[in-house]
Design a binder for this molecule. Sequence first.
Ligand SMILES: [Ca+2]
Ligand SMILES: [Ca+2]
Ligand SMILES: [Ca+2]
Length: 377
Amino acid sequence: MKIKLIKEAIAMFSLVAVSVCTFGLNVTVATDGAANTSLLRDTSGGATPIVKAKWEMNATRNAAGEYLGTDDATTAGAQFMPSGQYQVNKTITLCAVVTDPDGLADIDAVYADVFYPEGISLGDSHVPLSDQSGLGCGELMQEDTLTRLSLDDGYELFCSKVKNGNNNLPVFNTGYDYDEICNVDTGELMKLTAAVYCGDKTISYEDPSGNYKVWAVAQDKVGLQGTLENHFTYLPLTAFEKDFTAVSYGNVKLNTHKIISGDLTWDSGTGANPATVRNVGNTRLSLKVMQDDMDLGKTDDIYNVLYDGRVGSDVSFVNYRPYTYRLLPGPLDLSEKNEIDFSILISKFPPTHDGDCYTGTMTLIAVPAPHLTVCIN
Ligand SMILES: [Ca+2]
Ligand SMILES: [Ca+2]
Ligand SMILES: [Ca+2]
């Protein structure tokens, strides 16, 4: 009867341009060949699935192939550390305990939706906002399908490893707890009226630190959906790599500013390559530099050498005297690679120095910089 009604509705409206759902399925065909389509989901019949509990954990497994139920901090909920290494991503596992009043057989699929942290842009601070992609900012990363675990695997994971080893990891839907789910006599896992569903997901080494919203969505065969929401935290780690181990100022004349430019090419990693740095953590960062005096000494208690540095060619140099850390302008955005430029100005070569060769040591460290927060979507 319902199908017949919808068919009649289509017949009645097939010549009318509509682009919103009023009756069942509507298709508008424009003269230029573009087609606007819409449909109305039919969710009549049955009861809604329930996500009783959900959590995220490390994807690591033991030799028997069992998940360990761990995360990277003892705080309630899940916290994860990034690798701090170039292109070494973090794999986590998303899980949910799901039931349906119509029976587990009515569950069609269980999904997990992970969203970027709110108010954090993955943008590029070097280009105008209007030219940026607008990624991040609470957007859905991707929807992943979770797979049902066997009774033994699901019970072992949730009712042993998580309950006994990482008790504050999951969130529970209203009215549910470990006892209700895990009780050997009355618990729904043992009665096979609920099951554990899990799936792995990769978080990039350069995805931003912050709180990621996760929905577990259980969908039954008539399309009814039960959801449960929580957040996991991608813990901040500030890290960078450089493709050089030396900076050669070459031949330097007295009172003559000598600039050594870096480049955007990633070189071998050793030697005085044109200097390049890249962000391999999950925060933005600024570099701080410190350099000794290369035995150039002082005159009237002022160092005979003045250095400059910057990250990227679109910012001005800042100068620094020996033995003091100086924050270099030009923060590195998430996943950014950029050149690092240095310069040197010598006001006096000390007469006491033996020979014309001067050597020294430079130290670079990274400090976190705030995430970009201007969202354009
Ligand atoms: Ca149902
Ligand atoms: Ca935790
Ligand atoms: Ca380079």
